[in-house]
Design a protein around this ligand. Structure first.
Ligand code: RB5
Length: 144
């Protein structure tokens, strides 16, 4: 799968671990940064990832900040993009199965590396179920 990953300074350490995990699984990963812990603004990185999704350059995106909240708020401003903040594997899978959330967000200050990789695996292993869920997602987007 083609994935874009981004963070802010509060998520850069966990981003590196998630990126390594994705690459070890054979995914094509675009890391939009940052690459050190200099303080940055999370919307700048969220918008880079949603831009790649909108262009069709990647299939899904992962955004990591301190809590995941600011990243999700930023990503959800992009038309047609649904970003979910998760801290449990059930929600991570359901965010894809029922909500077609192509952006996964979590916080380095919330989840440890073991759970973070499990969140990613649960979400990557899930597919959108369509059907009644497509109708509901259409209503979120104002197209249904
Ligand atoms: C940075 O201090 C922090 O505000 C940011 O990483 C994120 O948690 C915001 O939602």
């Amino acid at each position: 799968m083609r994935l874009a990953i981004g963070s802010d300074h509060a998520g850069v350490g966990l981003k590196a671990q998630v990126r390594s995990h994705l690459e070890a699984l054979g995914h094509d990963v675009t890391d939009v940064g940052p690459h050190d812990t200099t303080s940055v603004d999370y919307p700048d990185y969220a918008h880079q990832v949603t831009g790649l999704l909108a262009e069709g350059g990647v299939d899904r995106g992962i955004l990591i900040c301190g809590t995941g909240q600011g990243m999700a708020m930023s990503a959800n401003k992009a038309p047609g993009i649904r970003a979910a903040v998760v801290a449990d594997t059930f929600s991570a899978a359901m965010a894809m199965q029922h909500n077609d959330a192509r952006v996964l967000c979590f916080g380095e200050r919330i989840v440890g590396p073991g759970l973070a990789l499990a969140l990613v695996d649960a979400w990557l292993g899930a597919e959108f179920e369509g059907g009644r869920h497509a109708r509901r997602v259409g209503k979120i987007e104002g197209t249904g």
